[in-house]
Design a protein around this ligand. Sequence first.
Ligand code: ZN
Length: 499
Amino acid sequence: MNQTLEKFKEYLKEVRQYDLASTLLTWDLQTMTPPKGLESKMDAIGFFSTKSFRLLTAAEYGAMLEELSAPEQFNELDTAMQITVKRYLREYRRFKRVPEDFYTEMVTTSARSEKAWEKAREEKDFSLFLPYLDKMISLKKQYINYMEPDEDPYEVLLDTYEEGMDSVTIEKLFTELKEGLVPLLAKIQASPQPDLSALAGSYDIDAQKKVQNMLLDYIGFDFEAGAVAQSAHPFTMDLCPGDTRVTNHYYETQPISSIFSAIHEGGHAIFGQNIDPVYEGTAVEQVNLMGLHESQSRFYENILGRNKNFWVPIYAKLGELLPQFQTIPLDVFYRAINDVHPSFIRTEADEVTYCLHIILRFEMEKAIFKDHVPTEKLPALWNDKMEELLGIRPSNDAEGILQDMHWSDGSFGYFPSYLLGNIYDGMFLEQIEKELGSLDTILAEGRIREITAWLNEKIHKHGSLYNSREVLQRVCGREISAKPLLDYFNKKYSEIYGF
Ligand code: ZN
């Protein structure tokens, strides 16, 4: 019996209890809390987060991690516990190198910066955000410098969101995609465009909620291990083993929005719900691989949900719940959910131009972190890149550099993971067809749960035991490549647009 290990497990359990309390409060804050209850909820979140923060920076915790990482003890641990000790020790050591007053300055500046960004976006005025963005860039560089003094800050950031990824690999993948997608978009734009006027109208919100539940159930979301609520922006939250929740947002005139948010968040949740319980209490049940997580939500949303055959077995059901769809032929609906055109806002983009939105952001982040382009030059650079990639130029910065919140709180290096997820999806699709046969047939026959079972077995149950590159190697037997995704786009859209 390893006493340090037992103590360590108990210690992590305590941390998890505090984390569960703050996560549950955060869930409530974002879904149910009335305005007058906001303050006290936020106080309580602060209280529980500080408890867990103190435990994770305590000398006692560091000593346990050091002891368990010594070879004679480490070699006795099972794989999940080895990963846990390695990851947490790295975090502990990194964190210990950051001076406390610097950390506090970063946290408070980040909160102010978010507020400044909100106002700047509202007023379409970049100058209001400029000093904060400038400060966040330098604080983030300094922060990484404390944690990993010998590493390139942008590489550390990329690795934080998608372990094992680096800018050279991403650059290569994104360049290949850009070279394939820009001409594809030109062909799509030169083709006859669909008439989507049949979809105009008002769609009952309660009925949209029923559609959402029907879809979640259809793809394999477990209502015994999760719940659904409404929030300003859809998100997924892993509360604790046995409880992974999703939210949605509904627009009366855009039922397609809540339909695809439900499928997207459902994909994230199915991942969380199917992690093997043997990893409970270890770092393996926490999946901080943003690209891999995003690959699962996007697989459901795009590869499955935007395939015509996905709807074949359930389109009549959709019409029962939302009667407008009884008069809209499936073919028209299919064109509507695959309507490709350049637009300014990333979150409203179709699956093809979405890739170009992310490439733009990656190139911007490289300009910031590698080429040190002055902050005041960034809005114009953004607009130039938008014109180069999508052929349109924002008329104001709210349509341009101010649209996303990520940089306002210092989440640099996060964007590429969205597109990496799409790239992994191309590879998963190719592999599924090799192993299970034609996706179109499986979907048309209503056997989607076979796909979910495949994803559960190959990806979900392992949690974060393997990083994304290892997952691709294990599941697809090859190195990461953008080609399968490009093949998927070319085949699908040449059929839809007829070229
Ligand atoms: Zn997502």
